[in-house]
Every structure is written in C-alpha cells, then in structure tokens.
Design a protein around this ligand. Sequence first.
Ligand code: FMN
Length: 486
Amino acid sequence: MTVNTKANGLDLRQWLADIDAGKQLKQVSGADWNLELGAIAELNVKKSDPKALLFDDIPGYPAGHRVLTCTTSNAARLANILRLGEIGGHQDLVSRLRGRPNTWKSRAAEYDPVEVESGPVLEHVAAGKDVDVSAFPAPLWHEKDGGRYIGTGCMVVTRDLDTDWINVGTYRVMIHDRNHVGLDMIPGKHGAIQYDKHMAAGKPFPVAIVLGCDPLGYTISGIEVPYGMCEYNYIGAILGQPVEVVRGQATGLPFPSAAEIVIEGWAHPGDLKEEGPFGEFHGYYPGKQGVSPVVTIERVYHRSRPILLGSPPAKPPNDYSYSKAVMRSALLMDALQASGVPDVQAVWAHEIGGARMFNVVSIRQRYPGHARQAGHLLLNCGVGAYMSRWAVVVDEDIDPANLQEVMWAVATRSDPERDIDIVRRGMGSKNDPLFVTFGTDTPFNSKAVIDACRPYDYLARFPEVAEASKALQAATRRKWGHILDD
Ligand SMILES: Cc1cc2nc3c(=O)[nH]c(=O)nc-3n(C[C@H](O)[C@H](O)[C@H](O)COP(=O)(O)O)c2cc1C
C-alpha cells in the first residue's frame, strides 16, 4: 500500500484537538439522545459566542459513542475550518473570504482525491446481518420530528450514471430500521439529479454517507459547488492537499480515510418510504411526512469511540446558519462580480432568512438601473436562485449585515409603489413554508427586489443624513471614549 503523506483524510480528531487547545470546545456528559441533546445544542447556538459541544455518556450507548454539534457556529472556528488562520473576528473573516471561492473553484481540478487501501475509518467494518445503524446515538433533535436523524452534518457521496462524476452533498438522513435509512434530496440538487438518472434507467443508486469527519467536509458539501465538480476537489483546493479516500466495499464509492462513521448501500428503484417531518433551516416543520428514497445499508464502517457529527437546523440562528450566512455571502459576492455588476461593496445573506430568503447587497450607484441589476441578479444568479424571496439593494453607506441600518434604508429610501419589483414563477422549494401552506402542485415562488437606494435620478436632491460625520465620530471617541466604551 502506498500512503501519500501529503493527502488529508479529513480527521475530525485533529480538528477537535486544535479547537480544544483554543478553548473552543465544551464536553457534555449524560445528555439523552431523546430531545435533551438537541435542546441543549439549540439553546447553545443562541448564545453570542457559542462553543462546540461534544456529548458523551449518552444513556443507552457505550461511553465513547459521541455526538458533536455547533462546530461551525462562530467566526474563530469557521476561520479555522476554512484554513484562514487566526482572524480578528467576524468582519475579518468576511473580508479574508472575499474572492476565495472563485480561487478554490478555479484550482479544484488540481486536487483529485488520492486513494489509499486503508485508514482509521476501516477500524470496524460490519456487513450483512451485523449492519445496525442504531448502534450510534442518533438524536431525536426536535419534538415534532418524524424520526431520529443520523445524518445532519453529513456528506452524502454518490456517483453519476453516465460519467465518472462523484458528487458530495449534505442531505438529511433519517433512520427507518437497523439497515434502512431515508434520504431527503430536494429536486434539482446534484445528488437528486444523479438519483433520477439511475431510476429512469431502472438501476440501483450507490450511496455512501459520511457521518462525521473534519467539519470542512460538510461545510463544503452543504453549499453550491458547480454542477459536475466533485466537492473533494474543492476541499482539496482549500486545504492545498488532496483528500485521502478509501473505497467502499459495496459500491466502490470513495470516502475520507479518517472519517468517523460511514454507512454505505443502495437506493433501489421503487423503494420509497415516508420520511419527515423535520425542523428546517428556515425555522418551520414544512408540511407533513413526505416520501423519499430508502437506502438499504450493506456496510457500516467506523472508528473506535466514534463521533457522530450533528448539525441540526431550527429557527435561526441555528447550528449552521452562521456558516451558511458567511459562505453564501462570499459566493453571492463572487457571483455578482463575475456577472459584471460594478462597485458591489458587500453582500449579506441574513441568518433570519436561512441565508437564502432575505439577502442584501450594497453598491455605489454608478448609472441608472444599477440598483435593479444588482437586485435581480442577487435573486436569480446560480447560487442565489433556490428559494430566494427578498433581495434588498442599499447604498454604500449602509452595512448590509446590519438589519437596523438595512430596514432604516427600506423605510426611508424606498417608495413601495415604485421601488419593489416582483419576479413571478421563480425557483422555489417544496420546503418553503408558504408553498406547503398554499398546497399548489409545483414549487414556484414569487420574489421581490426592494430598491432601498436613494433614487439615482434625484441623488442631488435627496436629503443629507442627520448623523455625526465619520471625522466627528472618531474625534469624539478619542476624547470621550471613557464615557462611550463600557
Ligand atoms: C446541515 C445541512 C443540512 C442540509 N439538509 C439538506 C437536505 O436535507 N436536503 C437537501 O436537498 N439539501 C440540504 N442541505 C443543503 C444542501 O446541502 C446544499 O444545497 C448543497 O449545495 C447540496 O449539494 P449539491 O449542490 O451537490 O446538490 C443541507 C445543508 C446543510 C449544511
């Protein structure tokens, strides 16, 4: 066996040691998988600077069968995950990320994963009647969930039917029984497209589900990497090292050699079952049970003392809403610039809209129509279209991440009759709470641009802002800081 020492098996334990040293990790002993663990994790992320939580001694499970949550929920850990080094806080993270997604995308082809024959994930392998996914403490995360979700902060590895494209997406995974799980892939997601091709050809669909590894894995499989590109390559470009993988015995699919737990099997044509409901990233249980593909698990691989990586959604802020806001804002910024919109200052995909439904861009207006151009592209560019609803465009003096300032601009600079553009029959989602409520057949939604910029044709006449100038503010802070900075 040749082990490429330069490759990276996405070892979660190395990452944990790193953040523990930085006092970013809290151990929790004795929390029950049945709602208690989920509620602790949910309340934890509502704090202003939440630590990651590592749950152990979960009743009914051997000590050492652990669950990790809140990995990506603050700036320091997210910067660490994205290999950005030490940062000076949230704003620093956002500015360091600028332009990086485009660089990672363009370098991805240089980082094909490296295959090895063995790795820590193969420490324990179960096949046939020994397969039992309930050996791991999958939580019942929320009170009204339809089942126990073993896959939330996971990576679902699948293969295309007619090319050798491997896709890695984050899709939720619910336990049906010891060797069956349900997989919820929204139509249009890359995994769903590959699945549909297999079903149309009457062929079983190969699936390997990585249930814990370095959180860089699910941070990237949970965002929009271009169609046809393998997320392992993209991750390799971030690391500056290829991902080290082993091949599954049942499907031949590649998964990280140092993964904690991997389950592997096939979704067979016609094998569908009720799945859900599940508390979602926008803060609702959208609808009742739906029907989704069942994966029959043929192999389970895990390390000793395995760690299940959980990242449960819920009303924002939730476990991954911060990382989604940061990542999607960076992707949207790059997308607007790539499509030729000049003078984009900043973009923010707000956590309150699950980083999809309420996005804001600030621009320095250069010409008539500039604001609407930015707003419409924000709503409908590739990375922004799915489930987008509101795009707000503000001038450069407004911080798009500051809701107070954004809504002040909406209240004072937009005239509803003139400044709201509606897009009809846009790309929606079956998970949209309104789609579920109205009960139509097809998930279109309407979308709106709110142009909250000062009217371009009357810029000279628009009143001045009644606020101390930046220079006066700075001078006042220098002299009166002892009064102002508590
Ligand atoms: C923690 C987490 C859970 C997610 N759950 C789902 C899900 O259940 N179904 C789904 O279609 N997308 C889900 N997503 C969003 C997808 O992972 C995301 O859209 C990603 O781009 C899909 O990969 P793909 O572009 O390769 O299809 C989730 C994302 C995260 C971070």
